[in-house]
Design a protein around this ligand. Structure first.
Ligand code: F6P
Length: 342
């Protein structure tokens, strides 16, 4: 059995533990593993490396991915699709493990529908993959964002300022919600519900009127104000999966809040800091469990699945289920964002 493993999409802490687990489990069954570099791009360009026990030694605590990643979509051009399937044959791959978010899993699903043996492993700091209670990377991102919010608190309080912290989260506000609660933010804004700018300003004002002379606002990059209801984007460019580069809502809020309330306001974008560095113990364990489960599915010949966390259990889910929607913060959890608002 020869397995190819790749990591696609934005990186997330936990990718290396997942690769390591795939390799170690596969070796224990006597399988051979090759690493495909830079996601689907590596399969188009036959850019691979053999992965044995030595190759994955020492990668467990490291952030990023030893294989590199890209947002390459091999189904955009017809010639790429042809090359992709030809190269799977050329490499003699019996199975592919695709570690990635919704875009990577959508390619995995298409390949599986074409008859190839594919297993998906979910990752993304955004925690927005359907059918799994958690993706690895999320726990680390929330810890980093929470620490940042703690630091923002002390400087905001010292200067009697309002500080807006923009965190990642395109369609789903999981990072904003969790880090906002853990960091004790006064206002938490999610992409799931357009927010009322007047309401945000009154909350900030109320804090100052009550003598708490500073405020911290946490906003997801995909949050939108009522009346505008369109993402704030950095530019008009889109990636190969049609996603725009988001950003700017924090800066916009900074100006609006200062102008409307008269309170000195600043904003900070946490950006890729949230994706970098060593994974937490939780993410290392989840990624390891996913990696083991993926190889076990290969052993059983149970292909076309994405491993998922359901409660405490790792459960195989049909890939087509996993890609059907984004897992946003459900309505019955959104109230948590407002519970401690002024
Ligand atoms: O990994 C998902 C994500 O973090 C989104 O929240 C964000 O919009 C996107 O990646 C940005 O990634 P990049 O700058 O690598 O394209």
């Amino acid at each position: 059995m020869k397995i190819g493993v790749l990591t696609g999409g934005g990186d997330a802490p936990g990718l290396n533990p997942a690769i390591r687990a795939v390799v170690r489990r596969a070796i224990s069954y006597g399988y051979q593993v090759i690493g495909i570099r830079r996601g689907w791009a590596g399969l188009l360009e036959l850019d691979t490396i053999p992965l044995d026990r030595n190759a994955v030694s020492g990668i467990l605590p490291k952030g990023g991915t030893m294989l590199g990643t890209s947002r390459t979509n091999p189904f955009v051009k017809e010639e790429d699709q042809k090359k992709l399937t030809e190269n799977i044959k050329k490499l003699g791959l019996d199975a592919i493990v695709a570690i990635g978010g919704d875009d990577t899993q959508s390619v995995a699903n298409r390949l599986s529908k074409l008859g190839y043996n594919v297993i998906g492993i979910p990752k993304t700091i955004d925690n927005d993959l359907w059918g799994t209670d958690r993706t690895f990377g999320f726990d680390t991102a929330v810890s980093i964002a929470t620490e940042a919010i703690d630091r923002i608190h002390t400087t905001a309080e010292s200067h009697q300022r309002t500080i807006v912290v923009e965190v990642m989260g395109r369609h789903a506000g999981w990072i904003a919600l969790y880090s906002g609660i853990a960091g004790g933010a006064d206002v938490i804004l999610l992409p799931e519900e357009p927010f009322d700018l007047n309401e945000v300003c009154s909350m900030v004002k109320k804090r100052y009127d009550e003598g708490r002379n500073f405020a911290v606002v946490v906003v997801a990059e995909g949050a939108v104000p009522k009346g505008i209801e369109d993402f704030f984007t950095r530019n008009s460019q889109k990636d190969a999966f049609g996603h725009e580069r988001l950003g700017g809502i924090g800066e916009w809020l900074e100006k609006e809040i200062e102008e409307r309330t008269g309170v000195e306001t600043r904003s900070v974008v946490l950006g890729h800091v949230q994706r970098g560095g060593s994974p937490t113990a939780y993410d290392r364990i989840l990624a390891t469990r996913f990696g083991i489960a993926a190889v076990d599915l290969i052993k059983q010949g149970n292909f076309g699945k994405m491993v998922s966390l359901q409660g405490e259990k790792i459960v195989p889910l049909p890939l087509e289920e996993a890609v059907k929607a984004n897992r946003v913060v459900p309505e019955d959890m959104r109230w948590l964002a407002k519970v401690f608002s002024p």
